[in-house]
Design a protein around this ligand. Sequence first.
Ligand SMILES: [Zn+2]
Length: 240
Amino acid sequence: MRLLSALLLAGVCWLNCGFRPADTAVFHPGDTVPEAHLAHGQYLRFFTDSPLPDSLFARMQGNSYRKGCPVSRHSLRYLTCLHKDIHGKTIVGELVAHIRIADLLLAIFRELYENDYPIEKMRLTDHYQADDEASMRDNNTSCFNFRFIAGTRRVSKHGLGLAVDINPLYNPYFRHISKGSGINYATLAPATARPYTDRTQTFPYKIEKGDLCHRLFLRHGFVWGGTWSSCKDYQHFEWP
Ligand SMILES: [Zn+2]
């Protein structure tokens, strides 16, 4: 009887005072989260930072984590967060990043989410067998993926977990050369991004100097590849 009274009281309190039991529904990276699980600050529980789980580290072997990777497992963190696509759909995202920037990235992505900044996808590159071109063509936002800078033995900042590529299809990396009439690209990544190299055009997911994404990364000490002179890397923010 006493238990019944306590339950009834809790129910009345929930209805009258806004008290609600903790939401324990489970969502996975790539899942869409219905609005009912986000209200009253519940969205904050999706922003997490943890050591790499054993199952994930095993999955990364030979994919994003390959022989010669100079970063130890313990210097990398597994982050989850929320992002919204261009239609306002809330999706669970995930990243592996260096411990040095883990809390900065969570703060940045939380603010982007709270301000409806559109990010289409955010899955680990292992979801694409660490094929960076495939990840970029799919407009997937990512961070860690061990690799050397093309044509060198220098480890890319992505290979250290210290750089993030945001909405890469619409914010490509390119270096162009003049040859005959028109523009020829010595490098264009992803190769399908040619329509988005013309930065005078307006299109979804485009990063522009002074927009929220650009301002937040710079405020937290990152450098943007969109202002480099020898090439342009509009998707790329790196920790110097
Ligand atoms: Zn990059």
